[in-house]
Design a protein around this ligand. Structure first.
Ligand code: KG4
Ligand code: ZN
Length: 360
């Protein structure tokens, strides 16, 4: 395709309202002309977690403003846009509905093609947007709501090798932070504490390493951490700064070891020439370094997209929309928002995978 296309993407499946414009096709690579992400942390802070109804209402109020801002920053108006791509699932259904309704309105009003995108496909295809990666490759989606290994064989062809059977790692980091009185989101806070701690002081479990395959479990780890904290509290009336640093270091090392060993198995099983990570937890330096080492040992190229494109954003949705558009896919105004939407329909659904809605 020699002509370039400008795609407007919308994302609202969790607690970030996002819009972006991506130009793709032609001779050059893809270009992100704008990417606006508006978080909702302030709206949910008092509740200790995301309240789906509050999230949905905020998305409905902000999506069109976000789309306008993305167009303005890209220096384009709707007449320059070739298609509208929107996250149609999986995710918190109220937010997904708000996004799909907004995209339908824009597409119908401007006479543009509409393309529904699977949010997980957006994450999984991001290394193609950032690095022009060719198929096939292995990707680990690891965030507050996702944790799965996928072999990516084409824009619509994904094979899941395994995933968490309970909590997602980001969720476990967030709970750990809460247990230790650290701020949210927990990942960066736990990582900072862990830097000064002794990872060997507490013998935390490495769940499911004794079981073949690439499935993972992180909820037992959180329970072990709580027990260790409670034992210290009973014995000494509280935990010291050193205790806290050691607990964080031990916890992070356990998550790192599980992800690294399962990644080693996934690479061995697929022989993938490249291994990419996506999701907020990929920001963790210890985890990232361990995954890079595993990729190197397997002779696979390692790709970690910039953090802003690892976490939820609409540029990945615009890109995934472009990939579908190129295949001739179009959705009608009957496009249905889906709370669950497994990328690999051949694999059984993974229930309980993450507080932010079952990501399948
Ligand atoms: O991808 P993301 O922005 O949102 C979804 O969950 O979809 O990921 C957010 C998650 C949070 O749970 C956060 O604690 C975690 O990623 N996270 C980290 C780090 N930075 C963010 N976990 C570990 N280490 C970090 N440095
Ligand atoms: Zn996501």
């Amino acid at each position: 395709m020699s002509q370039t296309l400008a795609i407007l993407g919308l994302e609202s499946s969790c607690d970030d309202t996002a819009a972006a414009v991506v130009r793709a096709g032609g001779q050059g690579g893809a270009e992100i002309l704008s990417s606006i992400v508006t978080g909702q942390g302030d709206l949910h802070a008092a509740f200790g977690g995301i309240v789906p109804e509050i999230a949905a209402r905020a998305h409905a109020e902000r999506l069109d403003l976000c789309a306008e801002a993305a167009l303005e920053r890209a220096g384009l108006d709707l007449s320059d846009i070739n298609a509208v791509a929107v996250t149609a699932g999986p995710g918190l259904i109220g937010g997904v509905m708000a996004g799909v309704m907004c995209a339908k309105g824009i597409a119908a009003g401007a006479g543009l093609p509409l393309i529904g995108v699977n949010h997980l496909a957006g994450h999984a295809l991001t290394p193609r947007l950032t690095d022009g990666l060719g198929f096939p490759y292995l990707v680990l989606l690891v965030s507050g709501g996702h944790c799965q290994f996928l072999q990516v064989e084409g824009p619509e062809s994904f094979r899941r090798l395994g995933g968490t059977i309970d909590d997602a790692p980001g969720e476990a980091f967030d709970k750990t932070a809460r247990l230790l009185g650290l701020p949210q989101p927990g990942g960066p806070a736990v990582e900072a504490e862990a830097a000064g701690g002794d990872p060997r002081r507490f013998a935390f479990p490495r769940p499911l390493l004794d079981r073949a395959g690439c499935d993972m479990s992180f909820s037992g780890l959180k329970t072990a951490l709580r027990r260790a904290r409670d034992e210290l509290t009973v014995a000494r009336g509280g935990i010291t700064r050193t205790d806290r640093a050691d607990l964080c270091a031990g916890f992070q090392a356990a998550v790192r070891d599980v992800l690294a060993e399962k990644a080693r198995r996934a690479l061995a099983a697929t022989g993938a020439p490249a291994f990419a990570v996506a999701g907020g937890v990929a920001a963790n330096r210890a985890i990232r370094a361990a995954l890079e080492t595993v990729a190197g040992a397997a002779g696979a190229r390692f790709i970690a997209p910039p953090l802003a494109l690892c976490t939820d954003n609409a540029a990945m949705i615009a890109w995934a929309g472009y990939e579908r558009f190129r295949l001739g896919r179009r959705d009608g105004l009957d496009l249905r928002p889906r709370p669950r939407w497994p990328l690999d329909a051949r694999s059984p659904a993974m229930l309980g995978a993450g507080k932010r809605g079952v990501k399948a």
